[in-house]
Design a protein around this ligand. Sequence first.
Ligand SMILES: [Zn+2]
Length: 142
Amino acid sequence: MQGRCTDCGYEGNLHYGNPNQRICDNCLTGSVLETRRAVPEHRPTYQEVKMALADAYKELAARIDVLEHENTILRQALKFALLSSAVPATLASRPTTRTGVAREMLQDGMTAKQIASHLGWDAKQVRQIAYRMKTSAEVVQR
Ligand SMILES: [Zn+2]
């Protein structure tokens, strides 16, 4: 189709836009590129999700700050109590990880299923710890 571009005024080969608009190759390329760039950058859901996540993180970060502060205070209090021997030594030597707790429970003769339900684990994980305890004990015996 020949005629005048309704966007830039170029005269020559034109593409049909709509009844009131006919555009040249140059303007068509430009608008296509613009559209392709605009889609990922201005998807409304993307911006909304980003803002929602930022809000959620803000709350969590504040909570983590508070909990870390509280944890520090508790650790210091425990350290002080240990130094002044206000806490019995048996309590101080308690395992601090769930793996440690699982090992202790295994030594007490509890079943993997019982330990798993107590710690919120799979019985498979407990059996793995039991296996590791067994193999490391064998290494020590040799
Ligand atoms: Zn044009």
